[in-house]
Design a protein around this ligand. Structure first.
Ligand code: TXA
Ligand code: MG
Length: 331
């Protein structure tokens, strides 16, 4: 694929044009309620190959298929167990991705050779209308270069992918700011593979025995997700990310080695003077919504170290701490 293509801008009133291009094999980014996705026709192997190429995504990391109605679901996964129906009734459209046995019509490159396919129906009206107009299910990984923070604005998509993809639907910033929750209901007990925009407490109302892997560390419980993509580098800005478990600790330590420092947290830092940039969010939801954009802004400002205040492992806090753990990992 040539990486010097012109990346067209589509306004939110030009979804029919963007959908037509998707239908004809183009690769086009669009907003969802979680993060921007990089869309392509889920039945078109060459368009799917371009998605992997544009992102620099390892081929062993499967894609999520996005649908706009239940008719499309059956074209992607003809066998839907009763528990999936209950979850779909409760949470679709929305930030829940379900694994189901895949239809043979879905190319194996979508699922990285796995017999299951990850599916979600987004609730963002732009995403839904685009998929409806396209008339085909749309694969959409997060619209960022592989390993980088996900894109929550169209400008962030352009920063990573201009010249590498065919178009961007220029919608508003995404509402949730972190990706969907990925749930495997084919295992018993059902297992969360990636924490995300739908909190486990709500899932437990439908599937009480839901489970997610944890392991104990000196910080207490930590989250370990097991979806195939999770072994790769993820969500990392250029700056080094650090998790601060106690905002009073460590703020004056090793100032020189840490370079220009940025802070994001629910509270202001105690030692304000050591920070070149400070983002204080009002709620845990705002933390989620602003995290990836803050990473990108701090890179633009030449910040070397981003100190991120830890949050309790509860609700959307589970997803925030998962992203922070991966963003701060050296691997
Ligand atoms: O919110 C979201 O889910 C966004 C928006 C665009 O919808 N998409 C997204 O896609 O986050 P991506 O590709 O960045 O992450 C997909 C995750 C990866 O961790 C991948 O390994 C997992 O879903 N996944 C996909 N198919 C799978 C499968 N068959 N089995 C297990 N995990 C799977
Ligand atoms: Mg991603």
């Amino acid at each position: 694929m040539d990486n010097h293509r012109t990346t067209e801008r589509y306004g939110i009133h030009e979804l029919d044009r963007a959908a037509f291009a998707l239908r004809n094999g183009s690769v086009i980014a669009f907003p969802t309620e979680t993060v921007y996705g990089l869309g392509a026709d889920a039945f078109n192997p060459s368009a799917i190959a371009q998605v992997f190429q544009a992102k620099g995504r390892p081929p062993d990391n499967p894609l999520i298929v996005h649908i706009s109605d239940m008719g499309m679901l059956l074209r992607v996964a003809p066998h839907v167990p009763a528990v999936a129906h209950a979850l779909i009734d409760a949470f679709w459209p929305g930030p829940l991705t379900l694994l189901l046995p895949k239809s043979e019509a879905i190319p194996s490159s979508v699922t990285a050779g796995l017999p299951t396919v990850a599916i979600r129906m987004p609730r963002d009206p732009i995403a839904l209308e685009l998929i409806r107009h396209a008339g085909v299910p749309i694969v959409a990984p997060s619209a960022n270069l592989s390993g980088r923070p996900s894109a929550t604005t169209w400008q962030a998509v352009a920063e990573d992918l201009d010249g590498r993809i065919d178009g961007i639907v220029c919608g508003p910033p995404t509402q949730i700011g972190l990706e969907s929750t990925v749930l495997d209901i084919l295992q018993d007990p059902p297992r969360i593979l990636r924490h995300g925009g739908l909190e486990p407490a709500r899932l437990k109302k439908i599937v009480p025995h839901i489970h997610w892997p944890c392991h104990a560390t000196d910080r207490g419980e930590e989250i370990v997700a097991t979806s195939p993509g999770m072994k790769h580098r993820h969500y990392q800005p250029v700056a080094q990310v650090r998790i601060l478990y106690d905002s009073h600790l460590d703020e004056n330590a090793a100032g020189k080695l840490l370079g220009r420092r940025g802070w994001i947290g629910i509270h202001p830092p105690v030692a304000t003077a050591v920070y070149a940039m400070v983002i204080v969010v009002n709620t845990i939801e705002d933390y989620a919504a602003q995290l990836f954009e803050t990473f990108r802004k701090m890179d633009h400002e030449g910040i070397d170290t981003i100190d991120c205040e830890s949050v309790p492992l509860d609700g959307i806090g589970l997803a925030i701490m998962d992203r922070l753990a991966r963003a701060s990992s050296k691997s």
